[in-house]
Design a protein around this ligand. Structure first.
Ligand SMILES: Nc1nc2c(c(=O)[nH]1)N[C@H]1C(S)=C(S)[C@@H](COP(=O)(O)O)O[C@H]1N2
Ligand SMILES: [Mo]
Length: 203
């Protein structure tokens, strides 16, 4: 498939990336900032993380309790629906699977609605989050991420478009029935797989 004439117009970096660049994407070195609304304030004393919905006992963690959960580092790429991709960052955070250990998810649950500051939400099927490279991150390449990138805590779902990686995340809600989150309500795809170019739901 990789005939040279398909590669015309691609940069040297993009050529070197080869099959790692999803269709319709270009490579960027700089990390753009994109979100709706204002960067929220962080107040450590009132910050909490709630897990609710179809779980046996809902939980509420303080900032210190959340940050005491096991952490790990993964090296992964980012693919944004606005067509930039950023390669090989090292991300540090709390695995989704560690946070979920704190509750017993009921068998009817199919989807998780991620809740962030300012009522931002995004919906994810459980098989897309119950993976060992899905993290709640606070650090990239050894440095705390900037507030505008979601500090103190953002979700990171490397295999889906980046709008699924909610910034300033505050909780999870397990549900039986899928429902659109913030950008999905404006026509973004319900799943968002960059390898299938699941950009908009009218596709
Ligand atoms: N809370 C919140 N998270 C969000 C968004 C948002 O509007 N609010 N936008 C999403 C979109 S559309 C993108 S492309 C990425 C951008 O993340 P970045 O600014 O760190 O590059 O954040 C995602 N997470
Ligand atoms: Mo986006």
């Amino acid at each position: 498939m990789a005939f040279n004439f398909f590669r015309r117009g691609r940069s040297a970096t993009e050529d070197a990336l080869g099959e790692r660049l999803p269709p319709g994407q270009y490579a960027t070195e700089k990390w753009p900032v994109l979100h709706y609304g204002a960067v929220p304030k962080f107040d450590q004393a009132s910050w909490d993380f709630r897990i609710s919905g179809l779980v046996e006992e809902p939980v509420r963690l303080t900032y210190d309790e959340f940050m005491a959960l096991p952490r790990k580092t993964v090296t992964r790429d980012v693919h944004c629906v606005t067509r930039w991709s950023m390669f090989d960052s090292e991300w540090e955070g709390v695995p989704f699977l560690e946070a979920v250990k704190l509750v017993k998810v009921q068998p009817e649950a199919q989807v998780v609605i991620v809740h962030a500051e300012n009522n931002y939400t995004t919906n994810l099927p459980l098989p897309d989050v119950m993976r060992d490279d899905v993290l709640f991150v606070y650090r990239r390449n050894g440095e705390d991420i900037a507030r505008e990138h979601g500090w103190p805590l953002r979700l990171f779902v490397p295999h889906l478009y980046f709008w699924k990686s909610a910034k300033w995340v505050r909780g999870l809600e397990f549900v039986a029935q899928d429902r659109p989150g913030f950008w999905e309500g404006y026509g973004y795809h319900m799943r968002g797989d960059p390898w299938n170019e699941e950009r908009y739901d009218w596709q």
